[in-house]
Design a protein around this ligand. Structure first.
Ligand code: NAD
Length: 259
């Protein structure tokens, strides 16, 4: 993004990006590095996160880390690596998530608990361990990956929607608690974006090709979003251009929730 006085520049920023091996997390990592940031890229998928680093314009700006966001030790370790390796933490992108489709009756207790552990406890842990580091750094930006399902429900997506609703309220709570401390906290709410997380849900809706045919009926822009389009919102929220924005749900959904 360019414009007189309005160029996004993340030089001096150090981010942790979770779920960095694929889709939106990979696109955010690449965008941050291209804008001059250093990134700790965390995922359970080691090969995928290494590939993300290779794809970056400056691979040396990325420290890859195996970690499970539901594990407090792994999340605290990512924050510590940012401080030890890159000198500070200014930006926390709580992006990793899973989607196990189902209504409440058919969803197992184990699948519900696992969904909440990754999608909501993972975000909680990211906030919990990142904020003290950001305060040490003089401020920062927490970016939580919500979903349109933070705002609206869809069929057979009960545990995922519950987790994403929680992400939005956790975002607002953090924003209120740290509004005067230099730590901002916002939530991105993407619509349907072309990544692997949707495949199981698509199967429940007649298969990915059927979903793509039906998509203009519920995502007015008439196409899937691209990971890079969500990364652009994360770029803005990480930058000082968004310095007055905290506690917000930034919706990037091709108009889905406008219907
Ligand atoms: N794709 C969409 O349509 C869409 C829409 C709304 C919101 N989102 C959100 O965007 C975020 C990124 O999803 P995506 O679309 O890129 O999907 P994706 O499946 O491409 O990427 C998810 C990544 O998270 C990682 N991951 C899963 N569990 C993990 C764990 N316990 N610890 C660490 N990493 C873990 C996976 O290995 C994978 O690399 C998620 O929060 C998702 O809910 C996606």
């Amino acid at each position: 993004m360019t414009g007189e006085g309005y160029q996004i520049d993340l030089r001096g920023k150090v981010a942790v990006v979770t779920g960095a091996a694929s889709g939106i997390g990979r696109a955010i990592t690449r965008a941050y590095v291209a804008a001059g940031a250093k990134v700790v890229a965390l995922d359970i998928d080691d090969a995928g996160v290494r590939r993300t680093a290779e794809l970056c314009t400056a691979p040396g700006s990325v420290a890859v880390l195996h970690g499970d966001v539901s594990d407090p030790v792994d999340v605290a370790g990512a924050v510590a690596l940012a401080e030890d390796h890159f000198g500070a933490l200014t930006t926390m992108v709580n992006n990793a998530a899973i989607s196990i489709p189902g209504n409440v009756v058919e969803t197992s207790v184990e699948d519900f608990d696992r969904t909440l552990a990754v999608n909501l406890r993972g975000v909680f842990l990211g906030c919990k361990y990142a904020i003290p580091a950001m305060l040490r750094a003089g401020g920062g930006s927490v970016i939580n990956m919500g979903s349109v399902n933070s705002l609206i429900a869809e069929p057979v997506l009960s545990s995922y929607a519950a987790s994403k609703g929680g992400v939005l309220m956790l975002t607002r709570s953090v924003a209120r608690d740290y509004a005067t401390s230099g730590v901002r906290c916002n939530c991105i709410c993407p619509g349907w974006v072309d990544t692997p997380i949707n495949l199981a849900h698509a199967e429940r809706m007649g298969g990915i090709e059927q979903v793509r045919r039906d998509l203009p009926n519920w995502q007015p822009i008439g196409r899937e979003g691209r990971p890079e389009e969500i990364a652009a919102t994360a770029l803005f929220l990480a930058s000082d251009l968004s310095s007055f924005i905290t506690g917000s749900a930034l919706v990037a959904d091709g108009g889905m929730t406008a219907m």
